[in-house]
Design a protein around this ligand. Structure first.
Ligand code: PMP
Length: 459
């Protein structure tokens, strides 16, 4: 049995929930025996929320070291392979517009036409406010793309995983997640109250063994993996997963957020990469926010699955329908992707080039497999932040990914490679990364970190 590491995000969220539940219980018990009196416990003070102080301390350390915040940067225009920040043009590796479809004339025209016809908002959930043809056309196109019977679109990719996993399995069931699965799937598992297990990243022997030991105790089992992993850029062995899920009578759900438009000769994703029929996977999940240059999530699979989700998943039933302009844009982007296969080819060529060039320069690419997601492992968080900042100064926007998004010793720079980058963009960025990585190591060796205890409680 593989337990989640004790310091994992889910574990810390669980512990924080437990702490707060306990505090609430104690407060209720105290009220039962004591007359109500004004309290000064800070219970209504947002500053006392778990983690708040830590973030402030990190911020103070960064300020003392003169590091600017790499997050929440203000982009002044469309962020694709290039962007503009603070009046400066930068080569951008921080947006997942993999095929450069954000701003494609056909995509923008489809969104504008939908606004003219339907307005901005759908103004109610699809159950009560009714459908628009653009929603149905998008879902038909997604189902056809996967070669399955049906599909349903949600307003958020994150909410798709939370809502769908949260609804499909329950206390008598088992949900098995890859250890680096996206947070939305983890939280979906928590919400479901199903028994949760994780297996070491991409270790399908461990998955098989886990199911052999535990499958028999539960009614249903759901395996959740990603088509391309969002932090590592590698992917699972789909034929083996299908064999395992069949043998153990489990559902297989594949989150294709970073695989659609990225894997497979024509961008059809993990199934095309391995030459497998789409219908061999029970639940295809994906987002409209990456390759499809829009916003939202989808599930594709059998009629029965989609019928069930449309009637039971709260994130669909009780949430407003996707804005018609977004549905129209995503449908147009999917059509562009099919009509302009050279975009997929260019992306794949750039992604492979990035990996070769990074390795040739001696950079640590972790388990990257030459997809659009390309990590360069820095180790600790600080060097990752130093390198990101130096790259920013040199005209490259590459974000650091630090704990808790990845393990503390696996902080990294994450490059999103797009079809619109040139090989020269990639080479220049990697040359700068090599130089700045060496400078960061040097700086770490002479760095005197401020006394953290003196910074605590600084609000
Ligand atoms: N799944 C994966 C693998 C992701 O990387 C993300 C976020 N990028 C999501 C789901 C959530 O999608 P969205 O950002 O479109 O809500």
């Amino acid at each position: 049995m593989t337990q989640k590491p004790k310091d994992s995000f889910a574990e810390r969220s669980r512990q924080s929930l437990m702490r707060r539940a306990n505090a609430a219980r104690l407060a209720l018990a105290a009220r039962a025996v004591r007359p109500a009196a004004p309290r000064a416990t800070g219970a209504t003070d947002f500053l006392t929320l778990p983690g708040y102080g830590d973030v402030r301390v990190y911020q103070r350390i960064a300020d003392l070291l003169g590091i600017s915040n790499p997050f929440f940067r203000l982009h002044e225009g469309r962020a694709s392979a290039e962007t503009q920040i603070g009046g400066r043009a930068l080569v951008n590796f921080s947006s997942y517009d993999y095929l450069g479809l954000n701003g494609h004339p056909a995509v923008a025209a489809a969104a504008k036409a939908a606004i003219d016809r339907y307005g901005i908002s759908s103004s109610a959930s699809r159950c009560v406010g009714g459908e628009r043809p653009v929603h149905l056309r998008l879902e038909r196109a997604i189902a056809d793309h996967y070669g399955v019977e049906s599909a349903v679109a949600f307003v958020s990719g994150y909410a798709t995983n939370v809502g769908v996993i949260g609804q499909l399995v329950g206390p008598k069931d088992l949900v098995v997640l890859d250890s680096v699965i996206h947070n939305s799937a983890v939280i979906g598992g928590v919400l479901s109250t199903a028994n949760r297990r994780s297996f070491p990243h991409n270790d399908l022997d461990a998955l098989d063994e886990l199911l052999r030991q535990h499958r028999g105790k539960f009614e249903r089992a759901l395996i959740v993996v990603e088509g391309v992993y969002s932090m590592d850029g590698d992917y699972p062995d789909l034929p083996r997963l299908i064999e395992i899920k069949r043998r153990h009578e489990a559902w297989l759900m594949v989150d294709e957020a970073h695989a659609l438009g990225v894997l497979g000769k024509t961008g059809h994703g993990l199934a095309e990469h391995f030459g497998v029929e789409g219908s061999a996977v029970d639940i295809w999940m994906g987002t409209l926010s990456k390759t499809l240059a829009a916003c939202g999530g989808y599930i594709a699979g059998s009629e029965e699955l989609v019928y069930y989700l449309k009637n039971f998943v709260g994130a669909f039933v009780y949430s407003v329908a996707m804005p018609p302009s977004i549905a129209a844009a995503a449908e147009a982007a999917l059509a562009c992707m099919h009509q302009e296969p050279e975009r997929v080819e260019r992306l794949q060529s750039n992604a492979a080039f990035f990996l070769r060039a990074a390795r040739a320069r001696g950079l640590d690419t972790g388990s990257a497999a030459g997809t659009a997601v390309s990590p360069i492992i820095a180790g600790d968080s600080l060097p990752a932040v130093f390198v990101s900042e130096a790259l920013f100064r040199r005209g490259f926007n590459v974000l650091p990914i630090i704990y808790p998004a990845v393990p503390a010793k696996a902080a990294r720079l994450r490059f999103f490679v797009s079809a619109m980058h040139s090989e020269s963009d990639i080479e220049r960025a990697l040359d700068a990364t090599v130089e700045e990585m060496a400078a960061a190591i040097e700086r770490m060796s002479t760095l005197r970190l401020p006394d953290i205890s003196a910074l605590q409680g600084t609000g």
